[in-house]
Design a protein around this ligand. Structure first.
Ligand code: HEM
Length: 405
């Protein structure tokens, strides 16, 4: 059998809900690259070694697929790129690929993201502390809308920040809960979800846009088509919170490592190392889940069909065999070294890797450069806690003070 703790499923369930990051890491530290354990009565594997992770991600669509829990019945995003599988997914991935080619991403960054970042950074307050997480949640939503959708209409989509946040919250709880009442059940949690979803639906009902997204794709957005809506909302959800969290953690790391601010001021080309290191320590997507499609012999073990597998970039990125002194913020580790094959995967890997990676990195570069060109950043509150929700959020407010240069 795959090595792992032989009993304690219910205890594990409690730990997984309370401290998933530290508990999963302790399993990997204790049992190695592939570990078997139970959450309550349900058997799981944790894949953490570079080779195991690489194989699973690369063989997507063959022996491994996303877990059905993720192939959500969610009416808003269920038919989007993130959650579908098979030929429907492949067709949609092909259709959306032109939006994220290097040429198009460069065009979006130059035409929209860079000018936006400069204007936005100019307006940041210096007379009081700013809370980074809410600042970036609003900022990245605004950005993703402007660049991909073209903001328009009497009610800009940014007004729906709270609804989007609630939908993510609901989606997250549903994923983590073994109990998933169908969406049409009159469950209180469902009811609140539908209130928020309806507000978002109203936006699409009244959308009379020239959505850049669909211009680039060469098709027309049909506001009455649930499939088109799902695809649009998927890009909003996948592109907003991830980038907002990555920016929050990066700025906090810079605030608490002022010599790196100085170094970036003198050598801006080192920004990529800082971003890579920040995504290593705080990967916004902290958990990826898969399951086997059929019986698979893997790493010498026989896995039955529907074996549930968890992969955590947070855990794998702290593997001391891959990253010496793994808990330390050391952007210089990226100067000479290329990212270790399969040991570093903040954007996933294989066919389901993040389609928005180049856009996200360009966006983060533009925003951080614009901030550092104008301000020095100092911490103005306690070290934030880490809260692994749908993405890796700060669990407490992240206050910094900006000081004009
Ligand atoms: C998929 C991370 C930004 C759109 C993924 C996956 C990861 C990821 C790890 C793979 C999940 C899996 O295999 O189960 C991130 C991070 C981001 C980011 C860390 C920012 C720092 C973005 C942006 C967009 C985006 C800006 C779009 C504008 C998507 C989509 C998928 C995806 C559509 C699904 C791709 C597919 O299944 O074919 N992302 N992402 N992401 N991401 Fe991102």
């Amino acid at each position: 059998p795959v090595p792992g703790p032989s009993a304690g499923g219910w205890r594990h369930l409690v730990w997984f809900h309370r401290q998933p990051l530290y508990w999963l890491k302790s399993l990997a530290d204790q049992y190695g690259p592939l570990t078997a354990f139970r959450l309550g009565p349900w058997p799981f594997l944790l894949a953490s070694g570079p080779k195991t992770v690489g194989t699973i991600l690369r063989r997507h669509g063959k022996e491994f697929v996303k877990r059905p829990g993720l192939k959500t019945d969610n009416p808003l995003i269920g038919a989007g790129l993130l959650t579908t599988e098979g030929s429907y997914w492949a067709e949609e991935r092909r259709r959306e690929a032109p939006l994220f080619t290097p040429t198009n991403v460069k065009r979006l960054l130059t035409a929209d993201v860079m000018p936006w970042s400069v204007k936005w950074a100019d307006a940041l307050p210096t007379d009081r502390p700013v809370e980074l997480h809410s600042l970036f949640l609003r900022g990245t939503l605004d950005l993703v809308i402007r660049t991909l959708f073209a903001d328009s209409g009497p009610q800009p989509l940014a007004a729906y920040q709270e609804d989007l946040a609630w939908i993510m919250h609901h989606f997250y709880h549903r994923l983590r809960s073994p109990f998933r009442p169908p969406y049409h059940w009159p469950w209180p949690f469902n009811r609140r979800y539908h209130e928020h979803a309806r507000r978002l639906e109203t936006f699409f009902d009244h959308w009379h846009p020239e959505p850049k997204l669909y211009e680039t794709l060469g098709t027309r957005f049909n506001p009455n088509d649930p499939g088109d809506r799902a695809k649009a909302v998927t890009l909003l959800l996948a592109g907003q919170e991830t980038t907002a969290n990555a920016l929050t953690w990066t700025l906090w790391l810079l605030a608490t490592h002022p010599h790196w601010q100085q170094r970036l001021w003198e050598q801006p080309e080192e920004l990529d190392g800082v971003l890579q290191e920040s995504l290593r320590l705080y990967p916004p997507v902290w958990l990826i889940s898969r399951e086997t499609t059929r019986s698979v012999t893997f790493e010498g073990y026989d896995l039955p069909p529907h074996t549930k597998i968890l992969i955590s970039p947070w855990v794998s990125h702290r593997n001391p065999d891959v990253f010496p002194d793994p808990a330390a913020f050391q952007p210089q580790r990226w100067q000479s070294a290329a990212p270790p094959l399969d040991g570093y995967f903040p954007f996933g890997g294989g066919p389901r890797r993040c389609i928005g990676q180049a856009f996200a990195v360009g966006e983060m570069r533009a925003v951080i450069q614009a901030i550092l060109a104008r301000y020095r950043i100092e911490p103005a509150g306690p070290e934030p806690t880490v809260f692994p929700a749908m993405t890796l959020e700060p669990g407490t407010p992240v206050y910094v003070q900006l000081k004009s240069r």
